[in-house]
Design a protein. Structure first.
Length: 286
């Protein structure tokens, strides 16, 4: 994978995509991450930064650290997914709003309208495909709206490629910086500028993406998943996983809890009836 094409390494995943009907006082306000597309009606997205009104065809994404509430102006039908950034290659805001998503990405919107990921389907190649399609469509549109382009930092690219290739390595900020002959502070500054996150945050995101994929193989012990993702113990892995997902690796695998961000006081619309037409602290283990 050439370093000049860092943007092509961007990766998103999701494990659940449902249709939700918000009526009256019903709302979506559980922890993220959350992506939603307004299929019909009008919805209001509220965050600490203010409120944003979205009409049919608009889409929005929020990361796991952004508090939010989504309400309907009377009645709104939404496609909702737990879209996550697994590998970031450019900085994006949270919330990220894309106007006219349906018109700009008709094929992706059509898949979302009839999407069979009804909550019973956990992480799979099929789900990964939806995640990457939706994530790429959102970020490309947002960059275009800002008149911005993602600029590749070749040194950041080399570090990112090394982590993706070997997430089990006992990486530290020092060892990552040594790959490209930079100091810790210089590497952190370049990461913040290129990706909008620290090297430690990037390392955790890559490892958590690998963990979600490995946990989908129920024959693989959690101890083995922890080891393959660079954690020396189940306890350390479980702490990191729970901090990122709000539940333990075992609960994630069992699928006994609803995906964070998708809980609602509204009743979901069965997909079969959907319309035709996704710390910079070195001491801490990432």
């Amino acid at each position: 994978m050439p370093s000049s094409d860092l943007r092509a390494t961007a990766r998103f995943d999701l494990t659940e995509l449902t249709h939700r009907l918000l009526v009256g006082t019903a709302s979506l306000n559980a922890p993220g991450p959350l992506w939603f597309l307004v299929l019909s009606g009008t919805a209001t997205l509220g965050t600490a930064a203010g409120t944003t009104r979205l009409v049919a065809g608009d889409a929005a994404w929020l990361d796991s650290r952004t508090g939010f509430v989504v309400t309907a102006e009377g009645r709104a039908e939404l496609a909702v997914a737990d879209l996550r950034v697994a590998v970031a290659t450019y900085p994006v805001p949270s919330p990220m709003v894309v106007r006219g998503f349906t018109a700009r990405h008709a094929g992706v919107a059509e898949l979302v309208r009839g999407c069979p990921l009804d909550g019973a389907c956990r992480t799979s190649l099929f789900a990964d495909g939806y995640g990457n399609l939706v994530g790429a469509a959102m970020t490309d549109s947002w960059l275009a709206d800002q008149g911005a382009e993602s600029h590749t930092d070749p040194l950041v690219s080399r570090v990112l490629e090394a982590v993706i290739a070997d997430p089990a390595n006992k990486w530290s900020v020092e060892s990552l910086a040594s790959l490209v002959h930079l100091s810790r502070s210089a590497l952190s500054a370049r990461f913040q500028k290129a990706l909008g996150r620290s090297p430690v945050r990037m390392l955790r995101e890559v490892r958590m993406g690998a963990a979600r994929e490995l946990l989908s193989d129920r024959s693989l012990p959690v101890e083995a998943v922890a080891s393959r993702c660079g954690y020396g113990s189940i306890a350390a892995f479980s702490r990191a996983f729970a901090a990122e997902h709000g539940l333990s690796p075992q609960s994630w695998r069992a699928g006994t809890l609803h995906t964070p961000g998708l809980r609602s006081t509204a009743n979901p619309i069965p997909l079969t009836t959907a319309h035709a037409a996704p710390s910079t602290s070195v001491a801490a283990t990432p």
